[in-house]
Design a protein around this ligand. Structure first.
Ligand code: PHE
Length: 447
């Protein structure tokens, strides 16, 4: 069977940026920043992106494009008859953890979009009202469940359309739009009196705030945001043409993702300070604070609609990539039709998402290691499973693959001289620095 490929260079990049940019940037990053000391967190985060995530990104890219296979098939193809196929299987199953709870937040965005469309965020709204509304909404039973179901169904329908028709066409239009929108909100917030305190909070690091928990949170966030360790970038890279430059593509994606997270924080934090809102927003930050900001903005009603639409699209393009890992596996390894594969993944992710959604209300007493089910899945994924996946992938590339093969893939058969030079730095990092650093962080997370 001939594999589908992405049609254009721009399309591939947008699909990968689409996977990276999502709720991680607009929902998770700002609240991580506010909970972990502002600029200090951002500083550690940037170091994580460039020093640790980039080599892992290269590694996923190399495995995916070299094998031209789904996450499971890739390890089997490159290391036939070895136990590495279990790593592939891990990479296929693990994304379901994020997909399930991601869909719940995607569902919240649908509900908030609906609220925005019916002009639910009007001028006279107070912060208390928004807080109570959010808390009441997520702890209720049916409305969030409906959102979750709609979100997962929409993702499924786009995936039935396949790589080119569904994923690529969607990402190409929506991602640039999203950037523009969040940037405009950030520009407006910057003009608010009192916004400068917010910028100080974001960009003037207090180094004494950096501790083990800030580092662990920043690393987890960087894996989450760049979609690493879960076979997603690997799967997308398998659709990338052999002519593409791995180093420049990965760097473009990582930098776009970082910039997006920073812009999203600039859209939110300065306003939080300007309006004297609570900086410890937690997971509700985007849903409680932003509507308040919109209610004060000129044309806020319209901006609210556009924002929640953009949030939804960003969430969808990321969910698509999480979903595609499993679909590619079932289609290629189990010879299933795309439709059937999409249905099977749905039947696994939906019930897990239901438990996540209910864990804010009816099931809030059900605690795992002191966390409600939703938080448990989020921490399990970002702080443990993605770290583990990334560790295994760099070890695979650094120690199992032949140096020559890795070199060939990274330099397109030696034709990219810049990459050949860079390889001298990348190779020791892949073999020694990255595995050791990830291992240390992984162990310190466990303690
Ligand atoms: N990177 C996505 C985001 O920031 C989430 C994601 C994680 C997507 C892992 C795919 C794989 O929202």
């Amino acid at each position: 069977m001939k594999r589908e490929n992405f049609g254009s260079r721009f399309g591939v990049l947008m699909a990968m940026v689409g996977s990276a940019v999502g709720l991680g940037n607009m929902w998770r990053f700002p609240y991580m920043v506010s909970e972990h000391g502002g600029a200090a967190f951002i500083l550690v985060y940037i170091l994580c992106v460039f020093c640790l995530c980039m080599p892992i990104f290269f590694a996923e890219f190399i495995v995916g494009r070299r094998s031209q296979s789904n996450a499971f098939g890739a390890f089997q193809k490159l290391a036939p008859g070895t136990g590495w196929k279990w790593v592939g299987l891990f990479a296929v199953v693990a994304p379901l953890t994020i997909l399930s709870y991601y869909s719940v937040i995607g569902g919240w965005s649908i509900q908030y979009l609906f609220k925005a469309c019916t002009f639910g965020f009007t001028e006279r709204i107070t912060q208390e009202y928004l807080d109570t509304m959010f808390a009441g909404f997520i702890s209720s039973t049916w409305a969030p469940l409906l959102g979750h179901t709609l979100f997962l169904l929409t993702t499924a329908l786009i995936l039935v359309g396949g790589v080119k028709g569904g994923i690529e066409r969607f990402g190409k239009v929506m991602m640039p739009l999203l950037y523009l929108l969040v940037l405009s909100i950030a520009v407006w917030t910057a003009t608010l009196p009192g916004a400068s305190e917010g910028f100080t909070f974001l960009f003037k690091p207090d180094l004494s705030k950096i501790d083990a928990s800030v580092c662990a949170a920043a690393l987890g966030q960087s894996f989450f945001s760049l979609s690493l360790g879960y076979g997603t970038m690997l799967t997308y890279a398998s659709y990338v043409s052999k002519k593409e430059n791995i180093a420049t593509s990965s760097t473009t994606i990582a930098v776009s993702d970082l910039i997006f997270s920073l812009i999203a924080s600039c859209a939110i934090m300065p306003a939080v300070f300007a309006f004297g809102l609570n900086t410890q927003g937690g997971p509700g930050l985007v849903f409680e604070t932003l509507p308040y900001i919109f209610s004060k903005m000129p044309l806020g009603g319209l901006v609210a609609i556009l924002f929640f639409l953009a949030l939804l699209v960003a969430a969808l393009t990321s969910a698509i990539s999480l979903y595609e890992v499993g679909v590619a596996y079932l289609v290629e390894e189990k010879n299933m039709s795309r439709k059937k594969a999409v249905a099977i993944i749905f039947s696994v992710a939906w019930p897990i998402g239901v438990i996540c959604s209910l864990s804010f209300g009816p099931l809030s007493d059900m605690k795992i290691l002191g966390n409600i089910f939703f938080d448990f899945l989020d921490k399990l994924s970002a702080n443990y499973l993605m770290t583990l996946g990334s560790l295994l992938i760099v070890i695979f590339v650094g120690w199992k693959m032949k140096r020559q093969d890795v070199f060939d893939e990274f330099t397109n058969g030696g034709t990219l001289t810049g990459n050949a030079r860079l390889f001298r730095l990348v190779w020791p990092v892949l073999r020694f620095v990255a595995p050791l650093a990830i291992l240390i962080i992984f162990i310190s997370n466990l303690l």
